[in-house]
Design a protein around this ligand. Structure first.
Ligand SMILES: [Zn+2]
Length: 299
């Protein structure tokens, strides 16, 4: 973890008092600069410093979370978020061991994935099997996991506060506001994600997701999930609705990917019955029929 010298450097900033650092020495300057910028910004805007929730390394990238305990202008939050975003982005190109330029992912014994330069990965004898790590990082960064992680952390945060029964009602309400704000932040981030959209069953003639709880209400889904399910219905009107919503090219792309994957697996599973698939997927009857439906969209 951090050397005492680097810890002392970071602790020079008032913002970082009492923060448990979960990073290595190589990111000291990056985090110091970020903290300094946030302090300067708060001074300029004349607002109290926020509380830092954690500064840590996660999936070989910096994670920096904070919250305000007093009221503050929204623009301050927007600016702080962009400073953090920039630093998190930079961290992905800085060796966490020594601070040099580096962008290889390495794995430590305790399964941590860290960003490293070539030299440090060799001198620390770290695993850097490229394919293995890429797969690991990819699966861990999988968006659904990412949001689930954020939510889990938020719940843990609530539990910690809930155990602390000595706080006053006013403090408790303030804490709840923070929690609601963060929950909304997670939700906003999810919606900003262009692959996640609000699915409204009323937009379609059929409801592909009728088995899910509250199926008649709008819900958040990935575009890919919606397209793939509606392609399966062969319903012309609904497939044209897909084109209208997501563009014909996006639907075609998803159709191709779906069939490529199916033919790689080698069979089509209909309620446990495995229909074998072979040859060129573009010659498959259902695929051709779907292409016909899509071709009809322009007419
Ligand atoms: Zn290094």
């Amino acid at each position: 973890m951090l050397s005492n010298e680097n810890k002392a450097k970071l602790n020079e900033l008032k913002l970082f008092k009492k923060v448990p650092y979960q990073i290595l020495n190589g990111w000291t300057d990056l985090v110091y600069e970020l903290g300094k910028n946030i302090e300067d910004l708060c001074k300029l805007a004349n607002v109290e410093l926020p509380q830092i929730e954690h500064i840590k390394s996660k999936y070989s990238s910096l994670r920096f979370d904070y919250y305000f305990t007093t009221s503050f202008p929204e623009i301050v939050e927007t600016l702080i978020d962009s400073l953090i975003y920039e630093a998190e982005d930079k961290s992905e190109r800085i060796c966490e061991y020594c601070g040099a330029d580096g962008s290889i992912d390495v794995k430590e014994d305790n399964s941590l994935i860290l960003k490293s330069c070539d030299k440090c990965s060799k001198s620390n004898n770290l695993t850097s099997d490229k394919e293995l790590l890429q797969a690991l990082v990819k699966s861990k960064r999988n968006k659904d996991n990412w949001y689930a992680d954020e939510l889990l952390e938020l719940v843990t945060h609530i539990q910690e506060h809930a155990k602390n029964k000595v706080i006053s009602k006013a403090e408790y309400l303030g804490m709840l506001d923070d929690v609601i704000r963060r929950a909304n932040l997670i939700k906003d981030k999810m919606l900003e994600d262009e692959d996640l959209v609000v699915f409204n069953p009323k937009d379609f003639t059929d409801n592909c997701f009728y088995k899910q709880p509250n199926a008649d209400k709008p819900s958040i889904k990935t575009i890919s999930n919606i397209i793939r399910n509606y392609l399966g219905t062969m319903n012309k009107e609904d497939i044209h609705t897909l084109c209208e919503k997501f563009g014909k090219d996006r639907v075609l792309e998803e159709l191709d990917n779906k069939y490529k994957e199916l033919f790689e697996i080698g069979y089509f599973d209909i309620k446990g019955l495995k229909l074998p698939l072979y040859g060129d997927y573009k010659e498959h009857g259902t695929y051709k029929e779907l292409i016909k439906i899509l071709d009809n969209y322009n007419k």
